[in-house]
Design a protein around this ligand. Structure first.
Ligand code: ADP
Ligand code: MG
Length: 330
């Protein structure tokens, strides 16, 4: 649905003598249709720039961005204006117009798109219903809570019926309970409308709760990306380590360790005691836990194996766990 190929973005330095800033450095990124995809990374990593290049608020310096098969970097201004309507954006600070009612805020994009009033009025009512604010049409933004403001932001973003929703730290200004409600709303909208969602966040909770995939950015580069359920099986994945920390393996103390990862299967079963009973191999747990990720129960455990009466046979370990739907990796 969204594909970045070798995208680079260099800003002219701020101020007279400032050096240029490489905000995106050879970014390659792939987001599948219908995915909720998280962009993680520290402040200054280039996350907002990536979003602004995607919705064409910033031109790229080099590389291509395709959305739904169309190369966005080669569109004319006119084509771009209509292409942009395929994309709705939600902001951290809501960016609502204080002098307009809720209904008029939601209507704004439709007015710009040249829609007539008899189209706009029922559409706005439908959108406010969709985000759970049917009774707030004539309220002003200052009369709303943060969560309600963000619901208006979502309704406004969806007004032109986009296929992609972009969220830049859209829940960072909200308390945890409101954040969960907004995330659940986004997820149900994705399920109902088949949206593809790209969201920037610095909170692992957000990723665990709704993302299917994620990318980690560092110094303008995408250093890791993939489906979360694939990443959790990778002992070197930094994204997985943020979602289910394993703790640092101190192999001088423990000897060689391995990662067991499992999705849904096996959780709640006494798998490790069965393994020891059936193979005679002891298991020591060194770190890890079980979390809910993208609607699945996912476990990651760092363990070491020991055979009290002989050698540990790696093949036995691999076969036993594979049979029980657990991935073993070094
Ligand atoms: N308009 C701009 N002009 C010059 N430098 C910018 C501009 N916008 C962002 N930058 C710089 O680009 C880098 C990436 O910024 P940004 O994309 O906002 O990162 P993030 O959203 O991950 O915090 C930072 O070093 C930032 O200072
Ligand atoms: Mg940012």
């Amino acid at each position: 649905m969204i594909e970045f190929t070798s995208v680079t973005k260099v800003y002219d330095g701020r101020g007279k003598s400032a050096a240029p800033v490489v905000a995106l450095d050879d970014v390659n990124l792939r987001v599948e249709p219908g995915q909720i995809f998280g962009i993680l990374g520290r402040s200054g990593a280039g996350k907002t720039t990536l979003l602004r290049c995607l919705n064409h608020l910033e031109p790229v310096t080099s590389g291509t961005i395709t959305v739904n098969g169309t190369d966005w970097t080669s569109l004319t201004d006119k084509q771009l204006r209509s292409a942009r309507r395929q994309m709705g954006t939600i902001f951290q600070h809501f960016n609502l117009l204080g002098s307009r009612t809720v209904a008029d805020n939601v209507a704004f994009g439709l007015e710009i798109a040249g829609q007539k009033k008899d189209v706009i009025v029922p559409r706005v009512a439908e959108l406010l219903e969709l985000v759970g604010l049917p009774d707030k049409a004539s309220a002003y933004p200052s009369q709303l809570s943060g969560g309600q403001k963000q619901r208006v932001g979502i309704a406004r973003a969806l007004a032109t019926d986009p296929s992609v929703l972009l969220m830049d730290e859209a829940t960072s200004a909200l308390d945890p309970t409101t954040t969960e409600q907004i995330l659940d709303l986004v997820k149900s909208l994705r399920d109902r409308m088949g949206l593809t969602v790209l969201l920037i966040t610095h909170e692992s909770d957000v990723v665990r709760r709704i993302c299917d995939g994620a990318a980690l950015m560092q110094d303008g580069r995408v250093v890791e990306q993939g489906r979360l359920l694939d990443l959790v099986a990778d002992p070197d994945s930094r994204i997985a380590d943020q979602l289910i920390p394993l703790g640092r393996a101190n192999e001088e103390l423990t000897g060689p360790s391995q990662l067991l990862s499992f999705v849904n299967e096996g959780i709640g079963d006494p798998l490790l005691s069965r393994f020891t009973r059936e193979t005679g191999i002891d298991v020591s747990i060194l770190g890890g836990s079980v979390e809910q990720i993208a609607g699945h129960k996912v476990g990651r455990l760092r363990v070491s194996f020991d055979h009290p009466h002989g050698d540990v046979d790696d093949a036995v370990i691999q076969d036993w766990f594979r049979e029980h739907q657990v991935t073993v990796s070094r």
